[in-house]
Design a binder for this molecule. Structure first.
Ligand code: HEC
Length: 125
């Protein structure tokens, strides 16, 4: 009798542990969304410039620069940082053109890095 209730207690303990563990990993996903997204040291030179090169410079660079917007240098980037257009277009906020054009939002990690960068005052280095 006693042994049986010990086994029951053990099973309950095990199930509770499993349930708790799955909770923890879910919350981590909720919090960070993008598990492999390295959000340390987000600067123009470390991360943002590369994101722009891959996703934006084809339409906003030396050869083509729609709306006069260029994403191929820190100096030109700061124009749309300071007037709020960068945050508006990448987050698809109301009243802004949606960028990258016709391609949906940037992947979660890239978008997150841009927003972190903007929140931190858009540092160059
Ligand atoms: C395929 C071409 C293309 C790509 C790629 C692209 N854009 Fe654009 N972008 C445009 C065009 C065209 C406009 C002019 C407005 C319009 O037609 O929607 C524009 C306008 C803008 C503007 C100005 C909006 C305004 O209200 O004046 C910003 C800022 C901008 N893009 C940022 C970006 C960013 C950031 C990326 C990359 C994440 C990007 N664009 C990728 C074509 C592109």
């Amino acid at each position: 009798m006693r042994r049986k209730s010990n086994i029951h207690a053990l099973i309950i303990l095990l199930l509770t542990t499993v349930a708790l563990l799955s909770c923890v990993s879910k919350n981590e996903l909720d919090l960070y969304g993008t598990p492999d997204c390295d959000t340390t040291n987000v600067t123009w030179n470390s991360k943002i410039s590369a994101i722009m090169q891959v996703n934006c410079v084809v339409c906003h660079g030396e050869e083509v620069s729609y709306n006069g917007v260029r994403h191929d240098s820190y100096k030109s980037e700061m124009i749309v940082v300071n007037d709020g257009r960068l945050r508006g277009v990448v987050n698809h906020l109301n009243g802004f053109a949606k960028m990258p054009k016709d391609r949906g939002k940037l992947p979660a990690c890239e978008l997150k890095l841009i927003n972190i960068w903007l929140d931190n005052g858009a540092p160059e280095n």
